[in-house]
Design a protein around this ligand. Structure first.
Ligand code: HEM
Ligand code: HEM
Length: 174
C-alpha cells in the first residue's frame, strides 16, 4: 500500500465508487446532525444537572450520538482512501484563488467530520463543558463552509462547465 501524497505519483483520473458513496452518505449524515442537533439539548442538560432525562429525550440524544459516531468511522475510512488511492487533480485552468479556496474548504470539511464527533464525545461521555461549547459554536461555521463548498461545486458545473460535480457522481476505476 503506497501513500500517494508521499510518492509524488499523479492522482487518479476520478473518484472511485466507494469514495463517491462515502462523500454523499457523510454529507447526508452531517446535514441531519446540523438540522436536528438541537434534540441533544434536553438530555445533555438533564445529565449536567444530575437528573434523569425523559425516555424520549434520551432516545433523541442516542440517535445524535450514534449518527455522529458513524460520521467519524466513515470519515476515517474515507481519509484512508484519500491517502492510499488519492483524489483527482483540480480542473486544468483553475485560477489560483479558487483553487486555494477549494483546497481550504476541503481541509476544513475534513477537520469538521473528525472534530465534531470528537468534541461531541468529550462533551457527552466525558462531560467536558468547553468541548460542548466549542461543538455548539461550530454549527454556523460548518453551515457557512458547506454552503460555500456546495455553491463552488454548482458554479463549477453550471458556470465554469467543468466535470467537477460529475466526477463526484460517476466513478472511475482505479
Ligand atoms: C456536509 C456536507 C459535505 C461534506 C462534509 C463534504 C466534504 C467534501 C470533501 C472533504 C471533499 C474533498 C474530496 C475528498 O478528499 O474526498 C469534497 C469534494 C466534493 N464535494 Fe463535498 N461535501 C459536502 C457536501 C457537498 C454538496 C452538498 C455538494 C454539491 C452540491 C458537494 C460536492 C462536492 C464535489 C463536486 C466535490 C469534488 C471536488 C473536486 O473533485 O475537486 N459536496 N466534499
Ligand atoms: C458530524 C458529527 C456531528 C455534528 C455535525 C453535530 C452537530 C451538533 C449540533 C448542530 C448541535 C446543536 C447545537 C445547538 O444548536 O445548540 C449539537 C449538540 C450536541 N452534540 Fe453533536 N454533532 C455531531 C456529533 C456528535 C457526537 C458523536 C456526540 C457525542 C457522542 C455529540 C454530542 C453533542 C452534545 C453533547 C450536544 C449538546 C451540546 C451542548 O448543548 O452544549 N455530537 N451537535
Amino acid at each position: 500500500m503506497t501513500l500517494r501524497s508521499a510518492t509524488l505519483q499523479p492522482g487518479p483520473a476520478g473518484y472511485s465508487a466507494s469514495q463517491i458513496v462515502l462523500h454523499w452518505i457523510i454529507a447526508a449524515l452531517v446535514v441531519f446532525q446540523l438540522a436536528f442537533g438541537g434534540m441533544m439539548g434536553p438530555a445533555y442538560r438533564a445529565f449536567r444537572r444530575g437528573t434523569e432525562p425523559a425516555a424520549a429525550d434520551l432516545f433523541a440524544a442516542n440517535v445524535h450520538v450514534y449518527v455522529g459516531i458513524a460520521v467519524l468511522v466513515l470519515a476515517v475510512w474515507r481519509f484512508a482512501l484519500r491517502l492510499t488511492r488519492g483524489v483527482p487533480a483540480l480542473p486544468a485552468g483553475e485560477g489560483p484563488v479558487t483553487a486555494w479556496l477549494a483546497r481550504i474548504a476541503h481541509f476544513l470539511l475534513y477537520l469538521f467530520i473528525f472534530g465534531m464527533p470528537v468534541t461531541g464525545m468529550l462533551a457527552w461521555f466525558g462531560m467536558v463543558e468547553q468541548a460542548g461549547e466549542f461543538h455548539e459554536t461550530m454549527k454556523p461555521v460548518i453551515i457557512l463552509v458547506v454552503a460555500l463548498h456546495a455553491a463552488g461545486a454548482l458554479w463549477q458545473h453550471f458556470g465554469a462547465r467543468t466535470d467537477v460535480l460529475r466526477r463526484m457522481l460517476r466513478p472511475v476505476r482505479p
